[in-house]
Design a protein around this ligand. Structure first.
Ligand SMILES: *[C@@H]1O[C@H](CO)[C@@H](O)[C@H](O)[C@H]1NC(C)=O
Ligand SMILES: *[C@@H]1O[C@H](CO)[C@@H](O)[C@H](O)[C@H]1NC(C)=O
Ligand SMILES: *[C@@H]1O[C@H](CO)[C@@H](O)[C@H](O)[C@H]1NC(C)=O
Ligand SMILES: *[C@@H]1O[C@H](CO)[C@@H](O)[C@H](O)[C@H]1NC(C)=O
Length: 409
């Protein structure tokens, strides 16, 4: 093996090339992994290198010297490509969803090339790594990126020892490289920032390192990606739906198979996400082609959009209507596969925000999806006092002025 600095440079270069072709990973509100959904997104059955569960004990609160409670964190390892004893260790950070294995992705190509061991721990609280059966707001207070980063540090040390024991050596220290996308991309960069001695580099794919309170740019980007014609069709659809809700026509929800969403904001958020997803994951035509065609041939835009939402967003992509329902988000005992919605909203409401509000001008989504809607959701779902202090979050990590080196974004 080359020196670790050389290895980092080589890895970094390859990553820049590979990251572009990589599958999009991570999502603001992930569809439940496992059963059928997530079309083309997550790794489906047979697309994992391994799904064999392993466990380690983690302190519940890394910041308390007196609280010695622990919880079991799930992780996976794949050693087929590992060139012992000098090969590096690639740590793939699982983000805001249940972590069901190590996906057979670009990472596997990299691991083969560099003779790396692959490991992937699940994020605390998500999937099977929850410290509590009941996800009450009180019990969620140990869910934060800061605790998650400390988990990664403890895991890194624990796994190094496991590896050393397996290969009958002591005190060895491998070259570690961390990977992640979206929120896990931010964790990847932040891990390198906060624990520079534990990793020699970080890939932060689409890393959301800057916390934003009113994240209007998200909607603006959708409009730009759509292009003028499709954007206009989307905006007209939004106006029509808004109008129907305004005049008390709740039947419009039925059209989308979303009658269960009593709160208009929840319903409109579902529609906004449904449109956004086509652009976020690079399939603009799925929504634009039918809408633009309907506009030209005089077909009802709302009905056309409703068909897209039902067939594509819910059918193919695997989104869940219920997950937009604040009543559902209040459930403190969801299944491990479905807990991600409540958990991610907690992180949004308590730390990172990224409120995907409508810009005051020219928005694609309904203007009713505003700051108030988000704050009301946070209060309704988690109670008083849960509030995202994005200023402190950015002060802690540095936002886009993140310090340090050996990152690939
Ligand atoms: C492990 O190391 C010990 C002590 O050096 C040695 O006695 C033993 O044979 C080694 N075992 C293997 C499997 O290499
Ligand atoms: C976010 O938007 C709301 C409503 O437009 C506004 O009142 C608030 O000051 C904004 N907050 C920040 C931090 O920009
Ligand atoms: C008009 O466009 C819609 C949406 O693509 C399509 O479903 C419909 O069949 C078209 N109608 C006509 C009369 O061409
Ligand atoms: C909003 O749009 C109007 C009309 O297009 C424009 O004059 C105004 O500058 C825009 N405001 C902002 C804040 O972009």
């Amino acid at each position: 093996m080359p020196s670790s600095a050389g290895a980092v440079a080589a890895v970094a270069l390859l990553l820049v090339l590979l990251a572009r072709g990589a599958e999009p990973i991570g999502l603001w509100l992930p569809p439940p992994s496992g059963g059928g959904g997530g079309g083309g997104l997550g790794a489906g059955a047979g697309r994992y290198l391994t799904q064999e569960e392993r466990w380690m004990n983690q302190p519940l609160d890394h910041f308390s010297p007196t609280d010695h409670r622990q919880f079991k964190q799930r992780y996976y390892e794949f050693l087929d490509y590992y060139r012992a004893p000098k090969g590096p260790v690639f740590l793939y950070i699982c983000g805001e969803s249940s972590c069901n294995g190590i996906p057979n992705s670009y990472l596997s190509v990299m691991a083969k090339k560099f003779g790396a061991a692959l490991v992937s721990p699940e994020h605390r609280y998500y999937g099977k790594s929850s410290p509590f059966e009941s996800l009450t707001t009180e019990n969620l207070r140990f869910l934060s990126s800061k605790q998650a980063l400390f988990d990664l540090a403890a895991f890194r040390q624990y796994y190094q020892e496991t590896l050393n024991a397996k290969y009958n050596r002591s005190g060895a220290d491998s070259s570690w490289f961390v990977f992640g996308g979206s929120y896990a991309g931010a964790l990847s960069a932040w891990f390198r920032l906060k624990f520079p001695h534990l990793t020699c580099g970080s890939l932060a794919s689409s890393g959301v390192v800057l916390s934003v309170y009113n994240f209007t740019d998200f909607d603006k980007q959708i409009g730009e990606s759509a292009g003028p014609e499709c954007k206009a069709a989307l905006q007209e659809t939004t106006r029509l739906v808004d109008g129907q809700l305004q005049s008390g026509h709740n039947s419009v929800k039925q059209l989308f198979g979303a009658s269960m969403l009593e709160n208009d904001g929840d319903f409109l958020f579902l529609l906004a996400d449904a449109a956004a997803i086509a652009f976020q994951y690079g399939n603009p035509d799925t929504v634009c082609s039918p809408l633009v065609e309907a506009k030209k041939n005089g077909t009802d835009l709302v009905e056309t959009f409703a068909r897209y939402v039902k067939e594509y967003y819910i059918g193919t992509f695997g989104a869940s209507v219920a997950s937009y329902d604040q009543q559902y988000l209040k459930n403190t005992t969801p299944t491990p596969a479905e807990s991600a919605y409540r958990l991610w909203w907690y992180q949004v409401c308590s730390e990172v925000a990224y409120f995907q509000v409508a810009p005051t001008n020219d928005s694609v989504r309904s203007a009713k999806i505003d700051t108030r809607y988000h704050l009301d959701l946070c209060r309704n779902v988690f109670g008083e006092g849960v509030y995202p202090d994005v200023f402190m979050t950015n002060l802690y990590y540095g936002g886009t002025r993140i310090a340090g080196m050996s990152y690939v974004f």
